[in-house]
Ligand binder design. Structure first.
Ligand SMILES: [Zn+2]
Length: 395
């Protein structure tokens, strides 16, 4: 997370939250830099906040803070969001820019903090986060799911908030953190309205954040030979092995391009999305979107664009003899057909086009299985980057 701090000097201001009853504003355009003393004071506040608030007892919490007076270019953001960045690379960047910084435990929090500063939004979304009073931290959250469902339906610019089919209320976190809920959407003002529609226990504070959630920033177009573990990729290819279901309900198929082959997986938690994947067949042309698992090297599907469906045929009957007008008889498996009357032979039965269960277009995993960075098809459609969107309800 990154906060830009300066002294407001007039101009327009925008309400972005309320903390303990006090309104919080930001001045997006006009502010001046802090002087050296103010920078020192700010560094003290940040240090004290991290050291008193961070849950360093959690093995996955490795905090870090960074203060920079100039924003470096966005190179590090893109590197951090798409691949794994070595810590020493970040530390040398920070030293080069004379940053004030400190890392704790394995110090990898410095990477996220620096990347957040370096982010210059290309695409971006917003999240309104509501916070609980401290005495409620860790207790069960009271957020009415039905009101969340209605809110999501009534706010066209909100996304990924409620999974109707799987009855999953995604705005509420599972961890014992201070967050009551987070509503995601494209329009900050609508999010403020949206939060008034959610029936919940009282919140202590709320704040709007600009985020890279739902932007697909993590994805890189690659050929199969370039695919590396822990990255997230977009790969186009043909289906070379029909989908099959393994124990646990996971569905896999094999994708091929001119550089190689790779398995693609729709895991059990992706629910109805697996039915789309099961509808694929050898020869179909698809573009897959997903994170790469290391062992075995596999693309975990987040989205798929079915570009072209191969024509599938099925046998409807034995061929008819041209002379006698009667059906021929099979000579045995793969041995062709023969007319009983005149002994005319044929190699091919009568075929008909087999109906396909899916259509060309985009398909995505349900909200309950979606990664934070994955761009929902709803956003893609609003940005008009999608010509056809399929859903598992209307194949
Ligand atoms: Zn015949």
């Amino acid at each position: 997370m990154c906060i830009r701090v300066g002294k407001a000097c007039g101009g327009s201001r925008q309400k972005i939250g309320v903390i303990n009853g006090q309104e919080v504003f930001c001045s997006p355009t006009s502010f001046t830099q802090l002087d050296q003393n103010q920078q020192k004071d700010l560094a003290m506040i940040v240090k004290e906040t991290v050291e008193t608030q961070a849950r360093v007892d959690d093995e996955n919490t490795n905090p870090g803070y960074v203060l920079l007076s100039e924003r470096p270019n966005n190179e590090l953001y893109w590197k951090a969001v798409t691949t794994i960045v070595p810590l020493d690379e970040v530390q040398s960047l920070l030293k080069k820019h004379h940053a004030c910084f400190e890392g704790y435990k394995n110090c990898r929090g410095l990477i996220g903090a620096t990347a957040a500063i370096c982010w210059e939004p290309d695409d971006r979304t917003f999240e309104l986060i509501a916070y609980r009073p401290q005495q409620r931290w860790g207790s069960k959250r009271l957020v009415d799911s039905l009101s969340v469902q209605h809110m999501d339906a009534d706010c066209p610019s909100a996304f990924d908030n409620y999974d109707v089919r799987n009855h999953h209320n995604r705005i509420v976190p599972n961890s014992p953190c201070p967050i009551l809920y987070g509503i995601r959407g494209d329009d900050p003002e609508s999010l403020v309205t949206a939060s008034t529609l959610v029936k919940s226990e009282p919140m202590e504070s709320w704040m709007l954040f600009e985020t890279n959630q739902g932007t697909d920033d993590h994805l890189q177009k690659k050929s199969i030979i370039q695919v590396k573990p822990f990255e997230s990729v977009i790969v186009q290819g043909s289906v070379v092995e029909n989908p099959f279901t393994i124990q646990g309900g996971h569905v896999l198929f094999t994708l091929n391009d001119s550089t190689g082959t790779i398995p693609c997986a729709a895991y059990e938690p992706t629910k109805e999305f697996r039915q789309i994947i099961r509808g694929l067949s050898i020869g179909d042309l698809v573009e897959v979107y997903g994170g790469v698992r290391e062992h075995p090297l596999t693309i975990n599907l987040e989205k798929i664009c079915v570009k072209h469906l191969t024509l599938m045929t099925e046998k409807i009957e034995n061929p008819v003899c041209q002379k006698c007008g009667k059906h021929m008889k099979s000579k045995g498996t793969n041995q062709g057909y023969k007319c009983r009357n005149c002994r005319t032979t044929s190699t091919h039965p009568n075929l008909q086009q087999k109906p396909r269960s899916i259509r060309p277009g985009f398909y995505e995993v349900p909200i309950c299985a979606r990664r934070h960075l994955s761009k929902p098809l709803k956003r893609m459609a609003q940005q008009s980057t999608v010509a056809a969107i399929g859903t598992s309800d209307t194949p």
